[in-house]
Design a protein around this ligand. Structure first.
Ligand SMILES: Cc1cc2nc3c(=O)[nH]c(=O)nc-3n(C[C@H](O)[C@H](O)[C@H](O)COP(=O)(O)OP(=O)(O)OC[C@H]3O[C@@H](n4cnc5c(N)ncnc54)[C@H](O)[C@@H]3O)c2cc1C
Length: 592
């Protein structure tokens, strides 16, 4: 039966898209002031945040002396100097307060003997401006994200936030540069719904699923970034992807860095701790890009384990079964299910896995989406906000430190939620909807459902993800990326001929996957063009042909605009080097 293009309209003060940590924290804040609705592709507690294992970073100083300046120093350094320092300062200053707030909301943190929140060590986190390792990650065993989502979801319900679960966003609706809502597809029953809102916040998560080996959930397909790009907003720093060192071999699932924080270490086929040579000071707890490259070098050098010499080993058994079962029970289970090893006795086979998207929708530290204005100054897009992995604030710059993402979700979720509510309250009338509101989204669904195109989405998806990994992964080369650019153009042509085989409307996951493939192609274009143009190595972006950081030419953020033919056009903007306050880090220490 052909689908109806009738659109049901809902009016709401504030609309949050995405119900992971960032979306729920924003909805809780906005919901305290205005009528707030959340739409989410999956039930909120199934968002990718649920799998966060290692914890949330905050300089509580429960184990040793710590402060937000130390945290800021590590984050700026970890970002390979591409992070915006006003946003980084804001995040590190707010960190202790968002963690204490979660504790008061009932998040069941693990405890130290004296009852205070347990904190563990994590890569790149130090005290005294890089002098000593510090315990900064606040954790609820190895299920911090799980605990966070449940705590926040309950609070949102208590606050009266309305949830539209299993609604898939299709289009961001704008009228002459002003945001006025979003169009969504009801995945359960079928049908179009237009959420007419005064302010909209995107918290749709990252895009690391564009790579074949990934730690990310199926929903991490960059939907929000792509839909913002389709509305004319650039994607910022999309080429910066983080490859996490320890994905389970063959599956990609994450083994948290917390394992190395608790004393685990990596070895090659001759049982050598190669990280002692790659990073003599930080060793296995060096920044993720350093460890991933160290591992990739071992594999390239033929020092991998197994018949194919294509993985390395993560040893944890020496810390003792009791400690593993107390601090890392989820890891024990993951290793058992996905690698078939009992990590209290044997090492876990691991490879680097695509893990985190540093790039996203450009925002300032208030969670407001910003674009370059006609005079070159940054301008706020009225009514539009973004937070979490979908956004680029940019606190992680070229490389994110572990535990700083959950923190980013809480800090910018709270701030964005507060600002979007203030904006909705300040504007009495709803913005006028354009005549063609929602038509692009309706046309896309109709093309896929009613169309007769002969291409199938599965092969395109598989080939594209494999090519991204081969040509734009841990190591990048000009000739590979030129090839990738051409392949992506072909995939786009094939995608225009895709129609889905399942023609039904209820729970049509074939349709959802086809829509996601379209979004992934947009994001891949931004990643590929940005990576090809950036002739330097910085953080997660490593060019074999330009192995050094080049501050003179490349100390700037990339902006990728989507062109009508689906390709991306690049522009750049400066990194914000001015912290919010002058007294942050002593000038002598600020020499970076
Ligand atoms: C395995 C793993 C472990 C991690 N561990 C840690 C850790 O210990 N500490 C840390 O700081 N970080 C960690 N990270 C990173 C961190 O968990 C993520 O960056 C973060 O959870 C992302 O949260 P989010 O709220 O931005 O989005 P997500 O939690 O990914 O949620 C995205 C939301 O958007 C919705 N959505 C997406 N597309 C659509 C659409 N088209 N229509 C409607 N809704 C849509 C989804 O339904 C979902 O609700 C980890 C990441 C992974 C993958």
């Amino acid at each position: 039966m052909p689908i109806q293009d009738t659109i049901t309209v809902h009016r709401v003060g504030a609309l949050v898209v995405g119900a992971g940590g960032a979306g729920l924290r924003a909805a809780l804040e906005a919901g305290r002031q205005v009528d707030t609705a959340v739409i989410s592709e999956v039930f909120p507690t199934r968002s990718h945040t649920v799998s966060a294992q290692g914890g949330i970073g905050a300089s509580l100083g429960n184990v040793e002396n710590d402060n937000w300046q130390f945290h800021m120093f590590d984050t700026v350094k970890g970002s390979d100097w591409l992070g915006d320092q006003d946003a980084i300062e804001f995040m590190c200053r707010e960190a202790p307060s968002v963690v204490i707030e979660l504790e008061h909301l009932g998040l069941p943190f693990s405890r130290l003997e004296d009852g205070r929140i347990y904190q563990r060590a994590f890569g790149g986190h130090t005290s005294n401006f890089g002098q000593n390792e510090v315990h900064r990650s606040c954790a609820a065993a190895d299920r911090t994200g799980h605990a966070m989502l449940h705590t926040l979801f309950e609070e949102c319900l208590r606050q009266g936030v309305r949830f539209y679960n299993e609604f898939f966003m299709l289009e961001l609706v704008m009228n002459q540069g002003v945001i006025c809502g979003a169009l969504a597809w009801d995945m359960v029953k079928g049908g179009f719904h237009l959420f007419h809102a005064k302010s909209v916040l995107f918290a749709t998560g990252g895009y690391a699923r564009v790579f074949r080996t990934t730690s990310n959930a199926h929903i991490c397909s960059g939907d929000g970034v792509s839909l913002a790009m389709r509305a004319g907003i650039p994607g910022e720093d999309l080429e910066f992807l983080q490859f996490h060192p320890t994905g389970i071999y063959g599956a990609g699932n994450l083994i948290t860095e917390g394992v190395r924080g608790e004393g685990g270490y990596l070895v090659n086929c001759s049982d050598t701790r190669f990280m002692e040579l790659c990073a003599p000071h930080e060793k296995d707890l060096a920044c993720r890009d350093v460890v991933s490259r160290g591992m990739a070098e071992e594999l390239r050098g033929g020092r991998g384990c197994g018949i194919g010499q294509d993985y390395l080993l993560l040893k944890i058994d020496h810390i003792g079964a009791d400690k593993i079962m107390e601090r890392l029970p989820g890891i024990w289970e993951l290793a058992m299910v996905f690698a078939g090893v009992d990590c209290t006795k044997e090492p876990i086979p691991v490879v680097p896995t695509a893990h985190y998207s540093m790039g996203g929708i450009p925002t300032n530290y208030r969670g407001e989406v910003v674009v370059p204005g006609p005079d070159g100054q940054e301008t706020v897009v009225p009514g539009f906000y973004a937070a979490g992995e979908a956004a680029c604030a940019s606190v992680h710059g070229a490389n994110r430190l572990g535990t700083n993402s959950l923190l980013d979700l809480m800090v910018f979720g709270r701030e964005g939620g507060k600002r979007m509510a203030e904006y909705a309250l300040a504007n009495e009338a709803w913005p006028e909807l354009p005549e063609e509101a929602g038509q692009a989204g309706v046309a896309e669904v109709k093309r896929l459902l009613d169309g007769r195109g002969s291409e199938r989405l599965g092969p395109i998806m598989e080939e594209m993800r494999g090519d991204m990994e081969r040509h734009c992964g841990v190591f990048r080369l000009e000739k590979d990326m030129i090839q990738l650019k051409e392949k992506l153009a072909k995939y786009r042509e094939r995608y225009a001929q895709v129609s889905v085989q399942d023609k039904g409307q209820a729970y049509n996951l074939d349709l959802i996957e086809a829509l996601e493939l379209g979004h992934m192609l947009d994001v891949c274009e931004g990643i590929c063009r940005g990576a090809l143009a950036r002739e330097e190595s910085r953080g997660g972006h490593y060019r074999d042909d330009f192995p050094k950081r080049d501050d003179e030419n490349w100390h700037k953020h990339t902006l990728a605009y989507l062109e009508p033919d689906g390709s991306a056009r690049l522009d750049y903007k400066p990194v914000r080097m001015q912290p919010l306050t002058a007294e942050t880090i002593p000038p002598a220490e600020r020499n970076y």
